[in-house]
Design a protein around this ligand. Structure first.
Ligand code: MN
Length: 424
């Protein structure tokens, strides 16, 4: 028996922060779903398992229902059945879809937050129980595992399916614990909710399939559905198939040994190229765009040139790759001039004061004055976040860590400026 495991498709969404010249259609979750359907057919799968958040939101009902129904009908025409549980985003969309399709084509398990089992039996005799639980509402603050009440099957292996937040006790999205998943009957657990793919070896293994299409720069690495085999009553371990058209990646480049602007450009380009080549080798057949976030670090005499270059890299660079193109979405400049910070901090100058501040900001415990500076910064950031101008945007968590990060970045930039003035 062969299964395709996936979840968090979020029909209605697209990969974000991608240059406008990249075809929009290829970035859509609906296109990823269509590739998953094709993969299931090519692989001769018996079953497609969806672990929730298949549709993005209630307001995306009209956008998601068509592609979802079309995909499921195409699977049905090839004798492939779909089994799903609902997540916090589609707790009300999936039941409506289930009403429209015959249960032997699309099975929604565990409606109204009640555990439910379906047993799949192939003509070959191979069988599998699937135990599933669906979100009954947009938020669930208790663990669904507390009410798991299905009996252990001594003959047929069992796969568990539940959408929830692993090891986040205070989560409003069905908090789950690894300990509890390990204590229950299923030989493997297909989870949903977290977009970063993750396999925790077992037994029982636990897999977050991740979003099959990467949606934003936070969703780095390889994305795609997973294939699972069940043979002679034994559940195998799922294997991921890369399927995203976009790969987001973070890369740190140390400019310590770079002495002039030409060398800097050559070295950064070389590193971008080799990073892109490595991604093209691992990101699968469908890759059309690579989006990088760079962090430039190190003590270098050209630190004063890095900021301007960083702007131009993000605005101007488009590199052709063996698979599609590559752009740099963001550059974080962490370079500083090649000075001894400690010695500098002892000098009675503006640059010395900034060097001292930068050193202090790296430490856990700071002086009263720096403590006040951090708290003032938190307050200023909060005022900015709460400003009406940004009212429509999602608010960030403004905490001490974020303030320290901003202060370190400003100190490095200021130090580069001040040291340049002294030397120049
Ligand atoms: Mn979710």
């Amino acid at each position: 028996m062969r299964l395709i495991l996936t979840g968090d498709i979020h029909l209605g969404r697209s990969s974000s922060r991608i240059p406008e010249n990249i075809p929009r259609e290829s970035l859509r979750a609906a296109a990823a779903w269509s590739r998953i359907v094709d993969l299931a057919i090519e692989e001769g799968a018996d079953l497609v398992c969806l672990s929730g958040d298949i549709a993005d939101q209630t307001n995306k009902f009209w956008e998601s229902i068509g592609p979802l129904k079309q995909g499921i009908q195409k699977l049905t025409s090839k004798g492939i059945r779909t089994v799903a549980v609902a997540g916090n985003h589609d707790y009300d969309v999936l039941p409506r879809l289930a009403d429209q399709l015959p249960p032997e084509s699309f099975t929604l398990l565990g409606e109204s937050g009640k555990w439910e089992r379906v047993t799949i039996r192939l003509e070959s005799g191979e069988a599998l129980n699937i135990d599933g639980w669906s979100f009954p509402s947009a938020s669930v603050t208790v663990s669904p595992l507390d009410t798991y009440n299905l009996t252990a099957d001594p003959v047929v292996p069992t796969l568990g399916m539940v959408h929830g937040d692993l090891d986040v006790a205070s989560s409003p999205y069905a908090p789950l614990t690894l300990t509890q998943l390990h204590s229950l009957g299923p030989a493997g657990w297909l989870l949903g909710h977290i977009h970063a793919p993750r396999l925790i070896e077992g037994p029982p293994w636990v897999v977050y399939p991740g979003s099959p299409q990467a949606f934003d720069p936070g969703e780095t690495g390889t994305h795609g559905p997973w294939i699972l085999e069940v043979n002679n009553g034994m559940i195998g371990v799922p294997v991921q198939v890369p399927l995203s058209t976009v790969c987001y990646h973070n890369e740190t480049i140390d400019l310590s040994d770079i002495a002039n602007a030409d060398a800097m450009q050559s070295y950064i380009l070389e590193r971008i190229q080799s990073t892109g080549d490595a991604i093209a080798r691992s990101a699968g057949f469908f890759l059309t765009h690579t989006s990088l976030r760079l962090k430039l670090t190190g003590k270098t005499p050209i630190s004063h040139l890095v900021a301007k270059n960083s702007e131009l890299i993000t605005s101007d660079l488009v590199l052709p790759m063996t698979k599609g193109s590559l752009t740099v979405e963001k550059v974080e400049d962490q370079t500083i001039p090649p000075i001894d910070l400690l010695q500098y901090s002892k000098s009675n100058s503006a640059a010395g004061a900034v060097a001292g501040l930068l050193l202090e900001l790296e430490k856990k415990h700071v002086s009263e004055a720096v403590e006040k500076l951090i708290l003032d910064t938190v307050e200023k950031l909060r005022n900015m976040e709460n400003s009406g101008t940004y009212g429509l945007l999602k608010r960030r968590e403004t905490d001490i860590e974020l303030a320290r990060k901003y202060l370190r970045a400003s100190s490095r930039a200021l130090l580069t400026e001040l040291v340049g003035q002294i030397d120049g």
